[in-house]
Structures are given as structure tokens and as C-alpha cells.
Design a protein. Structure first.
Length: 136
């Protein structure tokens, strides 16, 4: 047998062995367009009454709207529209979103006290500042 034919047959057998070793039951893909979509048992995220966008490291223009406004008992969340992680953290420690990845939205925070709350991004110091006004 010619060595080129031997190499070709060996290559075909190797590919067949690799395909067979990829798992499955030998009947093809486990995906079926008629298969039901998997469902999650986790509750859907709760939408906030107010969402403030994080738009970049621009001092007092880093959060929009600024100042943000909610009423006591309402919730606020921050959506990171920038390409790097940020936070929204009250200067006096009243709230902290934790790190918000690019494109993500923080969990809603319920505001329980009226007042004016200056905040900043803990990752970027005071290069990013905002104010949240909470009214009765």
C-alpha cells in the first residue's frame, strides 16, 4: 500500500475517533428545536423605581441624572453604561452598590431616609461623584 494512502486512511480514522469521543449517545446532537426552553427557579430581578446611569469618569457628570431623585420607600439602582467596573457608594456610608460590571445594573436599594446623599465611585475615588436626593 502506498504511504500517502496509508496516511489518508489513518487521518480519516483519527477524525472518526475524535468525533466519537466527543460525547453524546451516537444519535447526534442533544439539541432539538422542539425541546422546551430550560426554566430558572430563581425569581426575576426586581426593577427599581429609578435607575441612574453610570456614564464614565467625568467628575459630577459621571452619573446621570445628577442629582438623582427618589421618594422615601422607593428603590434606586445604578446601570453601568461605561466599559469598566464602577460603584455608587454614599460618602457617609448609607449605601454601597458594590462593584457593577460594565453593562450590568446594581441590585435595587430601598431609600428609607429623606435627605441629600453625596456619593462616589470607590474604585475611582472622587473622580466620579453624584448626589441622590430622597424626599418624603
Amino acid at each position: 500500500m502506498n504511504s500517502r494512502l496509508t496516511l489518508t486512511i489513518g487521518g480519516v480514522l483519527l477524525v472518526a475517533a475524535m468525533v466519537a469521543g466527543c460525547g453524546g449517545n451516537g444519535t447526534g446532537s442533544n439539541y432539538s428545536p422542539t425541546s422546551p426552553t430550560p426554566t430558572s427557579t430563581a425569581p426575576p430581578p426586581t426593577a427599581a423605581n429609578v435607575t441612574i446611569s453610570i456614564v464614565g469618569m467625568n467628575g459630577s457628570n459621571s452619573y446621570s441624572p445628577n442629582p438623582g431623585a427618589v421618594k422615601v420607600g422607593q428603590t434606586v439602582a445604578w446601570r453601568n453604561a461605561d466599559s469598566t467596573p464602577h460603584t455608587a457608594t454614599a460618602d457617609a456610608g448609607g449605601f454601597n452598590t458594590g462593584n457593577i460590571a460594565a453593562g450590568a445594573t446594581s441590585s435595587p436599594i430601598t431609600m428609607t431616609t429623606a435627605g441629600s446623599f453625596p456619593y462616589h465611585c470607590t474604585i475611582h475615588g472622587f473622580a466620579m461623584v453624584g448626589t441622590l436626593t430622597v424626599t418624603q
